[in-house]
Ligand binder design. Structure first.
Ligand code: GDP
Ligand code: IMO
Ligand code: MG
Length: 411
């Protein structure tokens, strides 16, 4: 994929590098339905990282990071150090418009939509799968060829959606302007990663967007996003082998939230859900929508663990539970009174499950100033230990507030 006839970058160590283990990437992934606090965990880890990259998704993600009381909202580039554009397909304005039209059609035809972020993610991944999409390497190569293919794609969209207006010449002019600006920043991602992995020691961080249960293959289909947000997406997104995947940190909110439509077994459509929503300030960063809230769901987390093999967890927003006299945790699903052995793949089945809860005592204490595990009230410690025991994965960090400092590190 080296472009413009440029010589391929030298393979370090005389071509034998592939036999060396090389550097490993540290991966941060959402373990629920998104908004677990990945941005904050990445911000913490990124302080001594050399490279931070995104490997999938698009600006449907919304990651809030608070440093020195300043709040930053990131959508596409939390880091911008590796330019993800080189392996990313390009989202055009008409992909976004088509996302909106598709949602409207779903509403009209089926009486319900998917609740997408309307950022064009579904349409652009559809173009990719249909092999008619255009990539960054197409934009920065021959602009005439790019323009021809852009016109074909735009006309395909106009044929599918007759109400869609596309100013093809205007769009091309805009894209040419973007191309001139970004061309110097675009690199071939495979060579970039290979050199990073096999050169001098480097700390490389991968920030997952979206989350396990939104994964196109393993999530709560069809109420999912269009990319692989589980660990496999790291290799396919960055073009690197699995042996270079090191720590895989799962980010778990101490309760559960979901934006948009779809089954949510532990949802609390009551004052508990409202309290979680208001205390947790659970509003979507990308769409401003209120997030649906409920208790922690260990069935769902066990399933996310099976796919991702988390090596440790970051348990965020434990402070939001400070005021609850008792805290419930979903530990099993029942169908017709019988415990079922799997997380159901079918949405109608998932909608029907009855959740079996374990009830733990709350701690009724403000934990936001705790900075060590020992400073947490014993019931909060027990809540964390219960989750570790049930999942068989250690908790490495506990979030007790928004800021970078509000994080307890356990080991
Ligand atoms: P992401 O999409 O996984 O990066 O998560 P979001 O940024 O969309 O949502 C998480 C929200 O919770 C953000 O507003 C964070 O500032 C906030 N947050 C993260 N960790 C904690 C925590 O431990 N306690 C509290 N109170 N807020 C947190
Ligand atoms: P972060 O990275 C929460 C949800 C949308 C919708 C579904 C499909 O901030 O955790 P899409 O626009 O991707 O086609 O929408 O997926 N969704 C998210 N929900 N956090 C996210 O990202 C999300 N990304 C997509 O709400 O239900
Ligand atoms: Mg988010």
């Amino acid at each position: 994929m080296a472009e413009h006839g440029a010589p391929a970058p030298a393979i370090p160590n005389g071509g034998c590098a592939a036999r060396l283990p090389g550097n490993k990437v540290t991966v941060v992934l959402g373990a629920q339905w998104g908004d677990e606090g990945k941005g904050k965990v990445v911000d913490l880890l990124a302080q001594d990282a050399d490279i931070v990259c995104r490997c999938q998704g698009g600006n449907n993600a919304g990651h809030t990071v608070v440093v020195d009381s300043v709040e930053y909202d990131f959508h596409l580039l939390p880091s911008g150090i590796i330019n993800p554009k080189v392996t990313a397909f390009i989202v055009f304005d008409f992909h976004q418009a088509a996302d909106g039209i598709q949602e409207q059609q779903r509403q009209e035809q089926a009486g319900k939509n998917l609740g997408t972020t309307k950022k064009g993610i579904g349409p652009v991944y559809s173009s990719k799968a249909a092999r008619s999409g255009l990539r960054m390497c197409d934009l920065v190569s021959d602009f005439d060829d790019f323009s021809e293919r852009f016109k074909v794609l735009a006309n395909q969209y106009k044929a599918i959606y007759p109400t869609l207006e596309i100013d093809i010449e205007g769009e091309l002019k805009k894209l040419k302007g973007y191309m001139e600006k970004i061309k110097p920043m675009v690199k071939d991602g495979v060579y970039f990663m290979y050199e990073a992995l096999h050169g001098p020691p480097k700390k490389i961080l991968v920030e997952g967007a979206n989350a396990a249960l939104l994964d196109i293959d393993f999530g709560t289909y069809p109420f999912v996003t269009s990319s692989n947000c589980t660990v496999g997406g790291v290799c396919t997104g960055l073009g690197m082998p699995p042996q270079n995947v090191g720590e895989v940190y799962g980010v778990v909110k101490a309760y559960t939230t979901r934006v948009g439509i779809g089954a949510f077994p532990t949802e609390q459509n009551n004052e508990i859900g409202e309290l979680l929503q208001t205390r947790g300030k659970e509003f979507g960063v990308t769409t401003g929508r209120k997030r649906r809230c409920g208790w922690l769901d260990l069935v769902l987390l066990r399933y996310a663990y099976m796919i991702n093999g988390f090596t440790a967890l970051a348990l965020t927003k434990l402070d939001i539970l400070d005021v609850f006299p008792e805290i419930k945790v979903g530990v099993a699903y029942k169908l017709d009174g019988e415990i079922i052995p799997h997380f159901p793949a079918n949405q109608e089945v998932l909608n029907k499950v009855e959740v079996q809860y374990e009830t733990l005592p709350g701690w009724d204490t403000d934990i936001s100033n705790a900075r060590t595990f020992d400073e947490l009230p014993v019931n909060a410690q027990n809540y964390v230990r219960f989750i570790e025991m049930e999942l068989g994965v250690p908790v490495k960090w506990i979030g007790v507030g928004k800021s970078r400092e509000s994080m307890i590190q356990l080991f």
